[in-house]
Design a binder for this molecule. Sequence first.
Ligand code: 5GP
Ligand code: ZN
Length: 145
Amino acid sequence: MPMFVDTSPPGQCIFCRLVAGEIPSATVYEDDHTIAFMDIGQVTPGHVLVATKRHAATLFDTTPAEAAAVMQTARRVALAVRATFDPAGLTLLQANGAEGGQTVGHVHMHVVPRHADDGITFTWPRQEPPAEVLAGYAQRLRAAL
Ligand code: 5GP
Ligand code: ZN
């Protein structure tokens, strides 16, 4: 799994510097809570990142309003990506922690246009535990909400 490549303090990380205009970006959209810009590592043409403007390391550090704004911006960008690049499909990806696949420690959502045979693969080690195990997981989660 990748390690964080950027664990700079708030205001000094690469996306904070991008938000502040200290490093260049190809910006697509911005509002009070979010900024959308082209990922420097285009997995497919039209690959956009939606980041919070305020430094939050992961989803767990966002406010409800920031989390909602990221999804709303991702939806707007997804519609623009569909209109512009006409992909066969589209994947949203939001990674948290090195083990979750995050490499930049400032929360962001990938908007990735998808095409047949685009080379993107996910390993999804599906398991099917018994119903009572699922019920136990759900009970524990309900208690944590
Ligand atoms: P993660 O692996 O954390 O989900 O995604 C981080 C993404 O940030 C990567 O896809 C990488 O290409 C992108 N990225 C890293 N540094 C920069 C940068 O300076 N500018 C832009 N536009 N994207 C960046
Ligand atoms: Zn930051």
